[in-house]
Design a protein around this ligand. Structure first.
Ligand code: SDX
Length: 374
């Protein structure tokens, strides 16, 4: 057995999937064969969520049923609402995200049933309830009244309404919808692989998604969109950007929102998200963030040939939409629940316990000496 170690499973193919693929021939991420950009242009998030979970785009009737089911499941239990009100106000919303999914697992009547039918029902409940629980925390930590979900509102409209009590203009909602489509799925990224690893012991879907959320929180993964905003806030104004980013590179800092394990000449999602970042900045009449964005990107590419990833444009876009910075990664969660769930279902359908080997470099065999002689 070769002892050649591929740290971080770099370049290692560990399984097959039908959910998504980055197709170099079209330089695009594709979900079930459809280019993500094409989906952003022609679909709303609920259509893409259906596609990722079911393998096909819905027709009108299928979409209506899917939306009705999602909207019906938005309701939280009274216990969960009371729990959320008692969470520490300073708790990080990503820790709240994994906690509320765990509590949902305690409450879900189908927790013990891992059949496909039961899992799809549980997926819809987690998909529908997590945004509602996060928005409830968003308000309760500010001492504001929790706003209940509204069945007449779309997934994106409802999230804005529950967080802010109002729905922004449709161009802002569309930009948010596009960010959810782009965040929904990305093959065997670390949080998805975490979910598949947990599933591979035939554990349950709430546990797999809880683990995935914990993984996504990391700044090398989903947590990067929050770190991007912290970086932009440190830079403060466009005239500081050139010096700031060159200093960072001189210090060999890791610059958040840049680089990717799979994309080495640019994340295919960035052009679309950058376009919508520009639309939102125009509506908000704010040019500052775009100027900082462009200067930092130019230096990163010219000096290190390292390109932005999807977290780079998404961070400032969510800021301009009015979300608190520590809520950026939870927004990634409410979208990626679709991708994680599709992979969990796929893992169950063709499972093999995930159990890699390690190359041992510790002590050779040695005899134990009794305590009174040690
Ligand atoms: C996501 O996998 C997915 O699909 C993830 C994701 C998804 O949709 O699920 O796309 C979402 O997680 C996007 C990535 C968000 N993370 C960040 O923005 C954090 C900053 N990025 C880096 O930490 C890094 O680029 C990684 C972790 C994302 C990828 O790194 P790799 O593939 O492990 O490569 P590496 O860290 O070994 O870097 C290779 C070289 C190194 O230089 P040397 O040591 O060889 O001289 O490139 C340099 C790195 O220092 N480098 C960076 C850098 N990214 C790579 N240098 C400065 N800043 C960076 N951001």
């Amino acid at each position: 057995m070769s002892d050649e170690i591929k740290k971080g499973l770099l370049g290692i193919v560990v399984d097959e999937t039908e959910v998504s693929k980055v197709m170099p021939e079209i330089n695009s991420l594709t979900y079930r064969g459809y280019a993500a950009q094409d989906l952003c242009a022609k679909c709303k998030f609920e259509e893409v969520a259906y596609l990722i979970l079911n393998g096909e785009l819905p027709n009108k009737k299928q979409l209506k049923n899917f939306e009705n089911q999602e909207r019906k499941e938005r309701k939280l239990s009274k216990t969960l609402i009371e729990d959320i009100k008692k969470f520490p106000k300073k708790a990080h919303p990503m820790d709240v995200a994994r906690t509320v999914v765990s509590i949902m697992g305690l409450e879900d009547k189908d927790t013990k049933d891992n059949s496909h039918k039961a899992n799809m029902l549980k997926v819809m409940r987690i998909f529908a309830k997590t945004p509602v629980a996060l928005a409830a925390f968003y308000r309760s930590r500010k001492g504001k009244k929790i706003i209940s979900p509204k069945k007449k509102l779309s997934f994106s409209e409802n999230f804005f309404h529950m967080c802010f009590g109002k729905i922004p203009q449709k161009e802002i909602v569309k930009a948010f919808d596009v960010s959810l489509i782009l965040y929904a799925e990305h093959s065997f990224n670390v949080s998805t692989f975490t979910a598949r690893t947990i599933t591979s012991s035939l554990s349950d879907i709430h546990g797999a998604i809880t683990g995935a959320i914990a993984s996504l929180k990391g700044p090398l993964h989903g947590g990067a969109n929050e770190e991007v905003m912290h970086m932009i806030n440190k830079i403060k104004k466009p005239e500081n950007a050139f010096k700031w980013i060159n200093n960072a590179l001189d210090k060999k800092d890791v610059v958040m929102g840049f680089g990717h394990r799979v994309y080495k000449s640019g994340d295919s999602r960035v052009p679309t998200m950058r376009e919508y970042f520009g639309k939102v900045a125009k509506i908000k009449k704010d040019k500052k963030f775009e100027k900082i964005y462009d200067i930092v990107e130019k230096v990163m590419i010219e000096r290190k040939n390292i390109h932005p990833n999807v977290d780079y444009p998404t961070g400032p876009t969510y800021h301009l939409m009015g979300f608190d910075t520590d809520f950026f990664t939870p927004i990634f969660v409410i979208s990626r629940i679709t991708g994680w769930s599709a992979h969990i279902i796929e893992q169950y359908a063709a499972n093999k316990l995930i159990r890699p080997l390690a190359s041992y470099k510790g002590n050779q065999h040695r005899k134990v000496i009794q305590l009174n002689q040690r």
